[in-house]
Structure formats: structure tokens, C-alpha cells
Design a binder for this molecule. Sequence first.
Ligand SMILES: Nc1nc2c(ncn2[C@@H]2O[C@H](COP(=O)(O)OP(=O)(O)O)[C@@H](O)[C@H]2O)c(=O)[nH]1
Ligand SMILES: [Mg+2]
Length: 450
Amino acid sequence: MAGSTRYLRYILFAFVALVVIFFISSSSSAVPGADHLQSATDLLKGQGSLWKGTGSSSSSSPAADDALGDKAASDAKPILDSGAVNSAVPQHTEASSAPSQQSSSPNPYSGSLGGQNVLPGKPAPGERMNATFVTLARNSDVWEISRSIRQVEDRFNHNYNYDWVFLNDADFDDTFISVTTALTSGRTRYGKIDSEHWGFPSFIDQEKAKKVREDMHERKIIYGDSISYRHMCRYESGFFFRHPLLLEYEWYWRVEPSIELFCDVAYDPFKFMADSKKKYSFVLSLYEYVETIPTLWDSVKGFMKQHPEHIVENNSMEFLSDDGGNTYNHCHFWSNFEIGNLNWLRSKAYVDFFDHLDQDGGFFYERWGDAPVHSIAAGLMLDKSEIHFFNDIAYYHVPFTHCPTGEQTRLDLKCHCNPKDNFDWNGYSCTKRFFEMHKTPMPEGYEKEQ
Ligand SMILES: Nc1nc2c(ncn2[C@@H]2O[C@H](COP(=O)(O)OP(=O)(O)O)[C@@H](O)[C@H]2O)c(=O)[nH]1
Ligand SMILES: [Mg+2]
């Protein structure tokens, strides 16, 4: 009897245990959030179908498909199916982020700027000048010019959104166009150079020009043997401002590949130029490599004789010559940076000047650079008050740096250049002469940088 009672007790205990287990499992759906709980297998399956749509490695792995045991997963589209990614994202967001409905850090700029390329920052108030950046470049310059654009945009143009005109003697390719368009905040425009403006003029003696290149090659003169470099110098000297795309603008800012801007540009230099009646500007000046321009000054003197009407009275001859114009001291403004007035370059005076030099053939029989050509033109045909030195635009083009003189300026403009690298007060710079000519005091702190 005792044995059967014990059996009965065991049966009763087992029955109660079954009832309790049943009760717990059926009531678990009432646990808050239980609808969203997934087993590890469910989670893996979910991720598997997401991976399926976004990468080739998982979809090409039969082992992974088998492990998931999910037909739908193995049927998913192979690669880069953005629909699959996007449709999965909201589920994930819903499931995990109810509290983030109250966003703790709204983007203050969203919706306020319109254009998709606009970098964070409010557009600066005020009018815009009829101005553009201009870059002459080859397709192969794309990554070097990208670095320059990013710096110009970060330090200045994301607040101003000026246009950017790119010029090339060949067609720009898709990569160049898409990368540069993505980096700029203003309109980008791409122009091909007319072959008439990029080539040998008919009056050039090809044999003579070839001999010059061979000779310069032997003498190891930089770019001495290059034909394309000569076309580039001639184009920048006499034609870029006449390109149909540039005819629409009054002001330009030239930007070359691989330059750096070290400080914020906290105002609109185009507007500054217009308001203060400037026509040409520079940040670095230096002495030209004599071997590249042995007869340039002879040609300039010929022009002065032929066109005395173009030489202004209050000119900068003192900057260009130490003997009243008899000889050239080789000082020039470095033209890889320029902010200037296109109407001045398109004026009869400048075009007469360029034509005169061009006829003398020195772009091909020597290796005249656009920097001395622009500088001499500005020095003789602009009033000296129309040429501006931008101390506050900090700039680098290999191998020289202009880092603003004056500690407070550098701090105010968040500069990241080392003032010790500033070239301005070095013996090879002509900037001191520019200050002496204007009889203006050197910027504060210049002695410490000599
Ligand atoms: N389209 C084109 N641009 C050129 C050519 N050669 C030079 N450039 C551009 O002209 C400018 C000056 O050339 P760069 O190589 O920087 O000369 P450097 O600064 O004097 O050493 C740069 O903006 C170059 O991208 C060329 O053959 N074709
Ligand atoms: Mg350059």
C-alpha cells in the first residue's frame, strides 16, 4: 500500500510540474517586449539576408547559405542592392530606437542651405561679386587639385559658394568632373581650350625652338625641354581670360594643384578688391630664374617705346628695376596664386602688351613664364595702389610658404602654418621691396621672421 501511495505521489508531482511548465510557457507572450525577442538563429538569419544584399562574399559562400538554411537568403540579389539595405534599416531602427525619437543633437544646418554639395556653415551675408575660381589642369591632376579645392572650400568658399571654372587643352574625363563637382560648393564649369590658343603660332621657327629646348635640357633648366609647359605659360599669359566661360566674369582667383591655405579667409577677397579699387594681388614674390627670360626685358622696353600711352605714371617700376627701367631686377609676383580683375587683362593695354611679347617669340625661343609677364604688366600698366599684398591669405605652393606676419592675425584666423616657414622676409623674396616702394611700415613682428 505504501508503495502505491508513493507512486500516486510521484504521478501527482509530475502532473503539477507539467501544469506549471505549461502555465509559464503560455504566459511568456505577455512579457513586455517579448514580441521583439528573437532567437540567435533568427538574428543570424536576419543579418544573413541583409549581408546577402550588400556584399558578394556572403552570397558566394554556399556554406554560409547552408548554415542559415534559408532559401530566401540564397535567392537574394547578389551585390550592391541598395533597396535591400534600405528596407532592412528601418526595421532595425524601429526595433532598437524608440527613445531616440527625441533627438538629442539635431543638425542645426539641415535644410537651411539647399544645395547638396554645401559644406556645413551658413552662407556669408552680403552681395557676391561676379567672380569665379579658375584652374587650368590635366585629368591626371585630379587628386592634386582635389586637395587644393578642399582647402579653398574649407577655409573660404563653403561660406560664399563662388563658381569654379576648370580649363584643359583636352576633354575632362568623368572622374575629374565628378570628383571636382562633389568637392565644390558653387557651380562647376568645364571648358576645353581652343587649339589656336594652345599651340605654336605660325610665326615661330620650329627648328630654332627645338634647338632651344635641347640646349635648355642639357643645361638642366627646369621645364627647359618641355613644349607643353611653354604652351601653358603662353596660355596663362595671354588667353585664359578670353576663354568663353571666363568672359562671363569680372574677377578670378587662380588655384593650382597641391596648394595649401593655412588660415581662414574671413571676408570676401573679391569684394575687398572691388571696394578698394584693386586690380591684381599676390601673396608671394621672388626673383625669376634668369636663364628662362634673358631677353624678356628687351621686349618690354620695346613695348614701352611703342606704346607709351599704356604706361601709367604712378607705376611700380621701382619694384621691377633698380636703375629706373634700364634693367630688370627679376622681381615678380608668383602667379600660381592670383586674385585679379579679368577686365583689366582683357583691356587694350594688356592685350597689346601680350601681343608685343608674343611676337618676339620668347615663350618658345626662351621659356618666359606667366608670372613675370603678369607682374611686369601689373607693374607698368596699373597704378601701384591697384596691386595688393594679401598678408592674411596664408598659402603654400611647393617650395614656398606665405604664413601671415603677426601672431594675433594667425590666432584670429586659426592658422596652422609655422611662422618660421614664412618666405616674405627671406633674401630671395621681393616682398620687402613692395613695402619699401609703398613707404608703408612692414607688418608687425616681421623682424622675428627674418
Ligand atoms: N591642361 C593642362 N594643364 C597644364 C599642363 N601643364 C601644366 N598645366 C597646369 O598649369 C598649371 C601650372 O603647372 P604646374 O605643373 O603646376 O607648374 P609649376 O607650378 O610652374 O611647377 C597647373 O594648374 C597645371 O595643372 C598641360 O599640359 N595641360
Ligand atoms: Mg604649380
